[in-house]
Design a protein around this ligand. Sequence first.
Ligand code: FES
Length: 160
Amino acid sequence: MDKAKTATDVDLAQINEIVVENSQQKWALIPLVQKIQNEFGYIPPQSVLVIARAMGLFPSQVQGVISFYEQLYTEPRGKKIVRVCRGTACHVRGGKTILKLVKQHLGIEEGQTTPDMEYTLETVACIGVCALAPNMVVSNRVYGHLNPKRVEQLFRKGEG
Ligand code: FES
């Protein structure tokens, strides 16, 4: 996937193609929605009806599965996913300030995506590298021992 497509960019024929190829078995629902997400970066709302019809399910059943899994997204996401840790170790070492600064730099709140589709901001319970607290992850790269200056450098340089 090069760039997250907005709902209006989504090619319904392309959704149909993926659905037809993958709708032989009811158990294939999750792999199918994952394929759609891999293709578009999220699951376009208009794909729910197409999937439901092809698989003999109610749209609410398809929607229910999509809503159940946190890893499935119903809105376009940024090219870079910024995950700021809000775990205890990070919290006591200034994680709250780091989150506030990241929000200011990006101009978005948690769960939002910048209008240029560059960044999506999320928080996580623990990244698993508490010794480096406070931490954040940008596009799967961990940035530890963060402080306000480092956050500013990261986003100013476009490193993050
Ligand atoms: S609490 Fe932040 S990495 Fe563990």
